[in-house]
Design a protein around this ligand. Structure first.
Ligand code: AMP
Length: 244
């Protein structure tokens, strides 16, 4: 689902469900688009695609850890330390944070998808710097969803945002060649963000951008020696992943 107003993105969501659940899921996604705190959309697009069950890769959700930050600068320093732990040079981590802070598209606005960055030298590798790479075809099984939402609510984390972000981060972390992901939302009311990897899990910072700021984004740090970029993008955009 993708909801926009005056061509600006308001919300988006992905679901991977059985054929019988399609109608209910569409209705749930329409309600979600209408209820978004950024306002009522004037266009909602829903695409339904058949997925071959044999192609679905099942993975476990990344473990969640929260790091408290008293403001976004403190959050960014903490995020930088996590990126350094994963082998990313301090200067490259710093530049990556600045890239998202300034708007990563060539017009200094939000990209629709993620930046792909060579973790060794900070070089951008995504074929289209406006669109970026859009991760798609992923979801959580119902039992894992219940468990995750219970945990998020107990930790006072907003499940509306975090559920989908954890599913996306889990998929990205399990694709060969991924080293780390850095993300904060483009929603001006939502200031937390995360660094995720298979090694560290989903490390959430309570503040990663100033309130009121509409710039956000995602950077996938990758090791191009491990993967062919085209294949990597194809897996992120097309291969179905189910978090169990
Ligand atoms: P959001 O987490 O929805 O607030 O999105 C934050 C930013 O992440 C957006 O501005 C996009 O740049 C990027 N993004 C959103 N959805 C995706 C996706 N499915 N795949 C890759 N990047 C995304």
């Amino acid at each position: 689902m993708r909801a926009t107003r005056k061509d600006e993105h308001i919300s988006g969501a992905e679901r991977l469900v059985s054929e019988e659940s399609v109608a209910n899921t569409v209705s749930e996604l329409v309600k979600r688009a209408q209820a978004h705190q950024l306002g009522t959309p004037d266009e909602v697009s829903i695409t339904i695609e058949r997925v071959d069950e044999k192609l679905i890769r099942k993975v476990s959700a990344l473990p969640i850890k929260t790091i408290q930050a008293s403001d976004f600068q403190e959050g960014r320093k903490a995020a930088m330390l996590e990126l350094i732990k994963l082998g990313i040079d301090r200067g490259i981590a710093q530049r990556a944070i600045e890239l998202l802070a300034n708007g990563a598209s060539p017009s200094h606005s939000n990209m629709r998808g993620a930046v792909l960055m060579d973790f060794r030298n900070g070089k951008r590798l995504e074929p289209d710097k406006y669109r970026g790479v859009r991760v798609s075809r992923m979801d959580l099984v119902k039992s894992a969803e219940r468990k995750l939402i219970k945990r998020l609510v107990a930790e006072q984390i907003d499940p509306n945002y975090a559920r989908d972000a954890i599913v996306l981060a889990t998929k990205v972390a399990h694709v060969e060649g991924s080293v780390a992901e850095l993300c904060w939302s483009d929603d001006s009311n939502y200031t937390p963000g995360y660094v995720a990897s298979k090694e560290l899990g989903y490390v959430r910072f309570t503040q990663l951008k100033p309130k009121g700021c509409r710039l956000g984004g995602r950077i996938f740090f990758i090791d191009p020696r491990e993967v062919d970029i085209e294949k990597y993008v194809e897996i992120l955009e097309r291969q179905p992943f189910l978090v169990t």
